[in-house]
Design a binder for this molecule. Structure first.
Ligand code: UD1
Length: 427
């Protein structure tokens, strides 16, 4: 298993270009199942999860052009997806277990083909993460759903029928699955308490380009008029707001100064507010975001994760690494996932002073961290350990790098280009 070795203590300076958003690209790729014409996606990130989705779609019979996923390597360049004739409607356990977002093929398969068999995802490192809300909502659209030998067996032989769905909890994947089902359902569907994440809006905009009728994009109420069929389209994936914010924290934690290119600043308000309160400036300059901390010590800030437009749970681990070095205490409360503090013991091994009480972590700032061997448990937790390593005195080795490869494109290359001393050790 690959590891990453970092020599800490070097301020990052220079320019980093962020990739397209993995969490937008995954549902967009699944949307190719909704049409027999070509869906051409640009700005797709080179991340392992994209390769996994490409493999899944390939198993279903989707033709993918763009060096997609050969021998498990991430596809690069634009992707052309063509779901002319499908050869299967089953998402097997091995792929769903590897990547929960595989469940996003459920809605489109059911809507266009009247049948889908998708493995139940089960638990994961950050919590139980059920898909009950996806299933209840699809049942409201007339799907017959059974659980059979660990699989979701969903049928809609006469097609789906529009309905009024109220999500009891905001769910990003649930909203995306339902959107993809509703665009081909008969009549009107209303999705209330829908997730407002920019990745959901990106999917909705692409579906509209494919001929879907969706109102309320960007709000918590989506109104969809079902169409008989969708057609092909070209679509550019939005920039990755989490990658952007992760590199903003890299600049701040090392006391450096970075220009981050290719980003949408309006998706980052909540993160920018927290960074500003901690003493980090973020400003739009020449089409990029300029991030700088200056010489002053960081200040402690309280942070609570919330659905968009609140502070993203996918930035909780990274902001914790930063606040571990702040002057004073911070309280970080996780409201989305019940078990997302697995990075805490690892940060503490590097000298941080963090205590978890239920859904909150009390972070008492320390003046310095020291390098150590650490182990990552999920994608964002891994990046928080890289951040801590960049700021720490001495050498840090982050084990289980495959987590990072799932969602961060060419991480070592981007950081090395800004003065970090970081290398991959291949075992
Ligand atoms: C997506 C993102 C993930 C991010 C999360 C929250 C992708 C591929 N992943 O995950 O990076 O951390 O949004 O912003 O886009 N829930 C249920 N039942 C369900 C569905 C969800 O109880 O049927 C719960 C979950 O356990 C969780 C909460 O709802 O506690 C939010 O989850 P959800 O928004 O669905 O996350 P994902 O779509 O899985």
């Amino acid at each position: 298993m690959d590891r990453i070795r970092i020599e800490g203590g070097r301020p990052l300076t220079g320019t980093i270009r962020v990739a397209g958003a993995k969490n937008a690209a995954l549902p967009l790729m699944a949307a190719s199942l909704l049409t027999d014409e070509i869906l051409a996606l640009t700005n797709v990130p080179e991340a392992a999860d994209i390769a996994t989705m490409a493999r899944l779609l390939d198993e279903l019979g989707v033709e993918i052009d763009g060096e997609a996923g050969a021998d498990g390597t991430p596809p690069c360049g634009p992707l052309r997806l063509s779901a002319g004739a499908l050869t299967a409607t089953t998402a097997p356990y091995d792929l769903v277990r590897k990547m929960r977002a595989s469940v996003l093929v459920l809605g489109p398969l059911l809507a266009r083909h009247g049948h889908a068999r998708v493995s139940l995802p089960g638990g994961c490192a950050i919590g139980t993460r059920p898909v009950d809300l996806h299933l209840k909502a699809l049942a409201q659209l007339g799907a017959e759903i059974e659980l059979d030998e660990g699989y979701i067996e969903a049928r809609a032989p006469k097609g789906l029928i529009g309905a009024h769905v109220v999500f009891p909890v905001t769910t990003v994947g649930g909203t995306e699955n339902l959107l993809m089902a509703a665009v081909l359902a008969k009549g009107e569907t209303v999705l209330a308490n829908a997730a407002r994440e920019p990745e959901v809006s990106d999917l909705a905009n692409c579906l509209c380009a494919m001929g879907a009728h969706i109102e309320g994009i960007g709000t918590d109420t989506l109104r969809i008029q079902g169409a008989d069929r969708l057609h092909g389209a070209r679509h550019a994936v939005i920039a990755d707001r989490i990658e952007t914010a992760s590199y903003a924290v890299a600049a701040a934690i090392t006391g450096g100064e970075l220009a981050i290119e290719g980003v949408a600043l309006d998706h980052l308000d909540a993160v920018a507010d927290v960074l500003a309160a901690a003493g980090v400036s973020l400003e739009a300059r020449n089409g990029a975001i300029a991030v700088a901390r200056g010489d002053k010590r960081l200040r402690g800030v309280d942070v609570m994760t919330e659905p968009f437009p609140g502070f993203p749970t996918d930035m909780q681990a990274q902001i914790m690494a930063l606040l571990a070095l702040a002057d004073g205490a911070s309280m970080i409360t996780e409201t989305i996932f019940e078990n997302r503090f697995m990075h805490v013991p690892e940060l503490n091994r590097m000298g941080a002073n963090i205590n978890v009480h239920g859904a909150s972590a009390i972070v008492r700032g320390v003046p310095r961290l020291s390098g150590a061997q650490v182990m990552a448990t999920d994608l964002r937790a891994s990046f928080s350990l890289v951040l801590a390593g960049l700021a720490a005195e001495g050498e840090t080795v982050v084990n289980r790098v495959y987590h990072l490869d799932r969602g961060y494109e060419r991480l070592e290359e981007k950081l090395t280009g800004c003065g970090a001393v970081i290398e991959r050790i291949r075992d």
